[in-house]
Design a protein around this ligand. Structure first.
Ligand SMILES: *Cc1c(COP(=O)(O)O)cnc(C)c1O
Length: 420
């Protein structure tokens, strides 16, 4: 109620008014997330850092020495944040997140630059998105700037050891998450919540897994058939766990058929939305001959608003214009289009020789070209550039982003972390 006057003449019962008063009282005692209250307890059993792209790294089970934990309770708000040794969480079997998917998360990377510095890429975007996702599943709000501070503090501690300066061009995966972890079998918003953050060793998916042959370049996508990942009025735009588990069935079926990811379509028109946990871009020529970079729109709240997606669009709008110094013989100026488009449009462009390239964009798979899409049991081949390794737009945009992430260029999106 926060000091808002109770509307006179409303039909609040006496009990309701009392409850409102109590809430107003409690809210005044509620604490905001405050990184300056951080308590640090150093790990007593530090572990060995595995080799880059070793089997251990491909298993994606190795975390760094520490983790961040912050408790929130309805009565008190955000408690003092803690950094402590990485280890198991405990909760009761009736914890809310185990039953009602009161969970949301982020996926980010921290990069060891070629200049020796440690960087995050636009962490403010991820912190704000976590807050948005949290609200969608009735979890609490926080000041995203304070979360950013905790993140930097954590990486300042584990970064030097787990991303040593001797390994420029490598990264760790950062996973912040929020869960309803109180004992609450009642079907309601959780009264006790945990925000935590871990850093995981992550393989370079473009490198072969130890003991296997390198895969041919380019992802093969299987267009979804009867499954829908997200729908109008749903929660496809939020990074909540509830979006992922139910998609694994289609993903595993796709894998069995030799496809890397599902290309999620929506509705009877077969609107193209996104691919796996990445946004999807296509480059084509229109029937009139205009070159376009096309991706699904944010309106309608179907797709996740990827930080990579937004960065691709911003850079493309800024640099892929007539007269830009960034243009190359292969990469000319291009129109940038965010609109609903359909699989039949891609099929038609392919048949008429207008399909130029396609790629996915996201933190996990970064910028990866797409070589084929299976739609209604027919495979559409997608051009992969002159040498068959990547379309030219994907390759150039990927280089631009890499240069920012690994400090080859100075850019406001690369946020340097102070290390201990
Ligand atoms: C995380 C995610 C993306 C990519 O977002 P980035 O911020 O670029 O990593 C795209 N789609 C889905 C469904 C995702 O979960």
């Amino acid at each position: 109620m926060n000091g808002h006057a109770v509307e006179s003449g409303s039909h609040l019962t006496q009990a309701g008014i009392e409850a409102a008063k109590t809430m107003a009282h409690e809210e005044s005692a509620i604490k905001e997330l405050d990184a300056s209250e951080l308590k640090i307890t150093r790990a007593t059993a530090p572990r060995v850092v595995p080799e880059v792209n070793s089997k251990e790294v491909f298993d994606m089970k190795t975390c760094t020495d520490h983790m961040v934990k912050v408790t929130w309770t309805r009565d008190e708000g955000w408690h003092a944040p803690e950094i402590e040794q990485y280890g198991p969480l405990t909760m009761m079997p009736i914890a809310s997140c185990l039953h009602y998917a009161t969970q949301c998360f982020e996926g980010m990377k921290v990069y060891r630059g070629y200049d020796g510095k440690l960087r995050l890429f636009r962490p403010d975007k991820n912190c704000a998105r976590l807050n948005m996702s949290s609200a969608r599943v009735a979890l609490p709000q926080f000041d995203p700037v304070e979360l950013g501070k905790l993140m930097k503090k954590f990486l300042g501690i584990d970064g030097p050891k787990w991303l040593p300066k001797s390994r420029p061009g490598t990264f760790l995966y950062l996973r912040p998450a929020i869960i309803g972890n109180g004992s609450e079998i009642g079907v309601t918003a959780p009264a006790e919540v945990l925000l935590f953050m871990v850093a995981v060793l992550w393989p370079d998916f473009s490198a072969p897994r130890p003991g296997t042959k390198p895969a041919p370049p380019g992802l093969k996508l299987l267009a979804s058939k009867n499954d829908t990942r997200a729908w109008p009025g749903g929660f496809g735009y939020a990074k909540v766990g509830a979006n992922y588990g139910p998609a694994f069935v289609a993903h595993m079926e796709g894998r069995k058929l030799g496809y890397d990811q599902i290309l999620w379509l929506l509705g009877p028109e077969h609107h193209v939305t996104e691919a796996g946990a990445s946004n999807f871009f296509v480059v084509w020529k229109t029937k009139q001959g205009a070159l376009q970079l096309v991706t699904a729109p944010l309106e309608g709240k179907i797709i996740l608003e990827g930080v990579t997606r937004g960065s691709v669009l911003e850079l493309a709008r800024e640099r892929l214009i007539e007269g830009s110094k960034y243009l190359t013989p292969e990469v000319g100026s291009i129109e940038i289009v965010e609109r609903q488009y359909t699989m039949p449009e891609i099929v038609e462009a392919s048949k008429e020789g207008r399909l130029v390239e396609a790629f996915v964009a996201g933190t996990a798979y970064f910028i990866t070209p797409v070589s084929a899409i299976n739609f209604k049991d027919e495979e559409i081949e997608i051009p992969m550039g002159d040498d068959g390794s990547s379309g030219h737009y994907a390759a150039l945009i990927k280089k631009w982003l890499r240069d920012i992430m690994y400090g080859n260029v100075d850019h406001k999106w690369g946020v340097v972390i102070d290390e201990e």
